[in-house]
Design a protein around this ligand. Structure first.
Ligand code: NAD
Length: 260
């Protein structure tokens, strides 16, 4: 088991990519924390893991609230004894052309993606230091951490920003064995993407089928969606890696969309 008894907090783990990462980490022996805005859904994921012989707890957390983040991390440390892995994954999507982007939506996007990553990192790093064992911090970026698409100014800005945060945390955490890396998935069919298909069809004046084939998967090598399992495997690699050799990096998992 690659994560035996490691305490792993996954934000946004009640759904989609975060949920699959939590299930994967639990199978690898991790004590998994399902941190989400949606408390009922978080509890259901944690119960499922516990019923199948794993170890999990659910915590209510709005990643944009410093008080809620700090309280939830304190609750985890009291229950599980520390924090070894943080996956800052919670996220949403809001699409508009720049000129029509409501300022409130712009601020909401940056708050969830960037404030959330900052606040959870800030709350977890002291525990990774004090344990003497270091830890792994994983940010859920996107191909949009490297590339842009129309209508996604706030998302692209936030996802690019995560790379800067990651590199800084990798430098500050290095002497304490705290690693930081970014996963950059291509399109994955989660609720976040399902919601975008009709929205983009309307905004671009094309069919939903064309949004999938000509926008989302156009640049892939095989016209395939990335899966939640693909992303969870990369998260496991970053979480379980044994040294500082792998830090400050961002890895694209996207069926070849955006080759670096
Ligand atoms: P999803 O909608 O299935 O899950 C997102 C989860 O985040 C939900 O459970 C939601 O309740 C939670 N959440 C939202 N706001 C929150 C907040 N303020 N505090 C705590 N939890 C909150 O979406 P997903 O596709 O699994 O996305 C997960 C991450 O992966 C996001 O950061 C997203 O940008 C990123 N991503 C997704 C794709 C994709 O194609 N699906 C591609 C690249 C990156």
């Amino acid at each position: 088991m690659k994560l035996l008894d490691k305490v792993c907090i996954v934000t946004g783990a009640a759904s989609g990519i975060g949920k699959e990462i939590a299930l994967t980490f639990a199978r690898e022996g991790g004590k998994v924390v399902i941190a989400d805005l949606s408390q009922d859904a978080a509890k259901a994921v944690a119960e499922g893991i516990n019923q199948s012989g794993g170890k999990a707890m659910a915590v209510a957390m709005d990643v944009t609230s410093e008080d809620q983040v700090n309280a939830a991390v304190a609750q985890v440390v009291a229950a599980f004894g520390g924090v070894d892995v943080l996956v800052s994954n919670a996220g949403i999507q809001i699409v508009h052309p720049v000129e029509e982007f409501p300022f409130a939506d712009w601020k909401k996007m940056l708050a969830i993606h960037l404030d959330g990553a900052f606040l959870t990192t800030k709350a977890c790093m002291p525990h990774m230091k004090s344990s003497g064992k270091g830890g792994s911090i994983i940010y859920m970026g996107s191909v949009h951490s490297k590339e842009a698409s129309v209508l996604k100014s706030a998302y692209v800005t936030a996802k690019h920003g995560l790379i800067g945060l990651c590199k800084t945390v990798a430098k500050e955490g290095g002497q304490h064995g705290i690693r930081a890396n970014v996963i950059c998935p291509g399109f994955v069919r989660t609720p976040l993407v399902e919601k975008q298909i009709p929205e983009q069809a309307q905004a671009l004046g094309i069919s939903e089928d064309d949004v999938v084939k000509k926008v989302m998967l156009k640049e892939t090598v095989d016209g395939e969606f990335t899966t939640v399992q693909d992303v969870a495997e990369v998260a496991l690699l970053f979480a379980g890696f044994g040294s500082n050799a792998l830090t400050g990096q961002s890895l694209v998992v996207s069926h070849g969309w955006f080759m670096q």
